[in-house]
Design a protein around this ligand. Structure first.
Ligand SMILES: Cc1ncc(COP(=O)(O)O)c(C=O)c1O
Length: 339
């Protein structure tokens, strides 16, 4: 397999170091430094393998123009990781611990960071490890908390190209109480509809719109925009509160767009696309990804002229130039690390 992050599948290459803490007796024990990336030995009855006591985060470190390295919105991802662990009803680690584990992992893997538009994708992970197949209704009392890093290029094959999204109105992405948790179960639940939409409609992603309420895709948040407005679903507990979503909103406001956070129906999306509006997805992996075709039922609707729109590209550029240090960071989003 290629070891070039721009041709290898996203997330399939790894830096050679990791950080690891072990939870036991309610306390996380971390050595305070990175160690070689290596396999774990897990008991076959490991809680996470049977009862899903696992969650993760996804954030990125970007090579800056001066050669240094900086992590995008570190503290927001730390908070979301802590929130996910709490919703698994597991002891929540201190923010300072998760923060140091991420920084130590990035610094140890710094040499693996490709130049922009590549980056170092960071994957904090939590796994409940108690060996007990009778513990379906009991939290694991031991766990591994670890951080691994992956040099990445583009998430969507072919770089910035107009995506095709299939609008799924019947099957929800996940359960309402787990919409805000980045747990593996959510992703395997979204897999069936995603594979079906790929096979039947050539879709890159499924846009979940259960009950005619458009929320998000399997791995990104959803936006409409035009020359003056940026529209996205208002936050509630049913979907993931994307850090990129929040960043796009703040950047859009600073660029003079009016931002509307509210419900969006499938009819509005169709009308928006037909009327020449723009549609895009946002996420750590997806960045800001233009949508060129929306499939509803058997109808394919081309968004505008089917090409990435100027406002989408403007917002993408505002985000990526901030991330690589080519633009100012008025929000204090970048955390410099040694690299
Ligand atoms: C289900 C889902 N929605 C939205 C997002 C976007 O979130 P973020 O911008 O924080 O990466 C992701 C990716 O993390 C995701 O998995």
């Amino acid at each position: 397999m290629s070891d070039d992050p721009f041709s290898a599948p996203f997330g399939s290459l790894f830096g050679d170091s990791m950080t690891l803490a072990r939870l036991a007796g309610g306390t996380y024990d971390y050595a305070g430094h990175a160690q070689p990336l290596e396999n774990f030995s897990l008991h076959p009855a490991t809680h996470a393998l049977h009862y899903g006591s696992t969650c993760f985060e996804g954030l990125k470190a970007h090579r800056q123009g001066d050669g240094s390295l900086a992590v995008f919105r570190l503290d927001d991802h730390v908070e979301r990781m802590r929130q996910s662990i709490g919703r698994l009803r597991m002891p929540v680690p201190d923010a300072t611990l998760v923060r140091s584990m991420i920084i130590d992992a990035v610094e140890a893997n710094a040499a693996f960071t490709p130049d922009p538009p590549g980056s170092l994708y960071i994957r904090p992970t939590f796994v409940g490890t108690t060996p007990n197949i009778g513990a379906a209704a009991v939290p694991s009392d031991t766990a591994l908390l670890y951080v691994i890093c992956s040099p990445v290029g583009d998430y969507f094959k072919g770089g910035v190209r107009p995506l095709t999204i299939y609008v799924e109105t019947k099957t929800p992405r996940t359960t309402p109480q787990f919409g805000m948790v980045k747990s593996g179960a959510n992703y395997v639940m979204a897999l069936g509809p995603t594979l079906d939409a790929k096979r039947d409609h050539g879709a890159d992603q499924v846009l979940f719109a259960n009950g005619d309420d458009i929320t998000e895709t399997g791995a990104s948040n959803f936006f409409l925009c035009d020359g003056g407005r940026v529209v996205t679903r208002a936050l509630d507990e049913s979907f993931l509160h994307g850090v990129t979503r929040d960043s796009v909103i703040k950047l859009a406001v600073s660029l003079g767009y009016e931002v509307e956070e509210r419900k969006i129906t499938v009819a509005e999306l169709q009308e928006w696309a037909r009327a020449g509006g723009e549609v895009f997805l946002s996420g750590t992996a997806a960045v800001v990804a233009p949508v060129g075709t929306v499939v509803v039922g058997d109808a394919s609707i081309v968004v505008g002229d089917g090409q990435p729109g100027p406002n989408t590209l403007r917002l993408r550029e505002a985000l990526t130039s901030l991330q690589i240090g080519a633009a100012d960071d008025p929000f204090g989003w970048m955390t410099k690390v040694k690299g």
